[in-house]
Write a protein that binds this ligand. Structure first.
Ligand code: SAM
Length: 339
């Protein structure tokens, strides 16, 4: 068997968690992510083919020690070859853990085939339980489709099922406790993500962002929370146990806060990212990218891909730098990087 050479960086971090964006397209237009009219989509030939995705995931797992693969986008359920891509990843040895980040629209049709192909679990984005707010936030009337998708993922056994929420001031910032109530009632794990400067319109302002502390204060007005004693490791969410509630397995129910802006966790970051056009990004906020697609299409070997990927990770910065006065928002918005 080929020797695994881990994806290390100069700050002694090792990336074992790969996020693969499968498309930059989406069927929602969330205000914190995409412009109303959508983007200039990447041209089809620029995107990795299913086989190219499969090859890069194989190299990541077999040669670079990646143990966790998360498919994302854009909206990954829009990718026609998704079930086959998941099946190919599930056939790898050592078998990586496989998950999907999605807005849930389409899971009523795809949850079962994805589970059968080997998908282990899903993260579904859910910012509100109010149909009008959903429309204001996502610029589409699709709340019912998202909720049906969540139920379908649940029925297909894609557990633990996590829900991701971004709060926007004046839009849904009064909803954390209601969303937690929904998650607890169904046995899902809810995580709030601080809004990051990754919007297509570049209108993010720190002083208008709903902070992790603010979210916790709102939750505590209705729920009793205590720190989760479990080791956090490289997990982005700081988790809290919700007194009086249990999850599906009978363990204390948890709620998470991903405070990427106010409490960055870069020192424990174990992530590497692939965009849908085959570029490695070592951080959401990278200004640099390394195209693996071009090397593959020029006939590069797996060894070439391994060396390039490692070199890209070696250049990973110590932190995302949002607080640096010289911070520049990446040109690609979240939808084109892969959240
Ligand atoms: N379409 C899928 C979805 O809705 O989950 C996957 C892609 S989406 C870019 C992945 C995650 O990024 C979602 O949970 C979304 O809420 C989050 N996201 C997008 N823009 C963000 C921003 N500016 N700040 C924080 N999170 C953001």
């Amino acid at each position: 068997m080929t020797r695994i050479v881990p994806l290390a960086d100069r700050y002694a971090r090792v990336a074992t968690d790969l996020r693969v964006s499968l498309t930059d397209r989406c069927n929602l237009r969330c205000t914190y992510c995409m412009p109303a009219e959508g983007m200039a989509w990447l041209p089809g030939p620029d995107l990795l083919s299913d086989d190219e995705v499969g090859r890069l995931v194989r190299v990541a797992v077999e040669r670079l020690g990646v143990t966790e693969v998360r498919f994302t986008g854009g909206e990954p359920l829009l990718r026609r070859g998704l079930v086959g891509i998941v099946a190919a990843a599930a056939a790898l040895r050592p078998r990586p853990r496989l998950s999907l980040t999605t807005n849930g629209i389409g899971l009523t049709r795809l949850a079962r085939p994805l589970a059968d192909a080997g998908l282990d679990r899903v993260n579904v984005s859910l910012d509100t339980l109010d149909p009008e707010r959903f429309h204001r936030l996502a610029r589409r009337r699709r709340l019912a489709d998202t909720l049906d998708g969540i139920a379908a993922a649940d029925a297909a056994g894609l557990h633990p099922l996590k829900l991701n929420t971004v709060l926007m001031r004046g839009v849904n910032d009064d909803e954390p406790a209601r969303l937690l109530g929904y998650a607890l009632a169904h046995g899902y794990q809810l995580r709030f993500i601080e809004q990051m400067p990754l919007d297509a319109g570049h209108v993010w302002r720190r002083d208008n962002m709903v902070t992790g502390d603010e979210i916790l204060a709102r939750l505590r007005a209705e729920y009793e929370l205590r720190p989760d004693p479990a080791e956090r490791g490289g997990a982005p969410a700081e988790t809290w146990l919700v007194n009086g509630y249990v999850d599906r397995t009978g363990n204390p129910a948890k709620v998470g806060v991903i405070a990427s802006v106010t409490q960055p966790f870069c020192r424990a970051c174990d992530r590497t990212r692939l965009t849908s056009d085959g570029a490695v990004r070592s951080c959401l906020f990278s200004q640099e990218e390394t195209s693996l697609r071009d090397v593959m299409r020029a006939g590069g070997s797996d060894d070439d891909l391994v060396s390039l990927w490692q070199a890209a990770m070696w250049g990973k910065r110590a932190g995302h730098g949002i607080d640096d006065p010289a911070f520049l928002q990446p040109t690609r918005p979240m939808s084109a990087i892969g959240g």
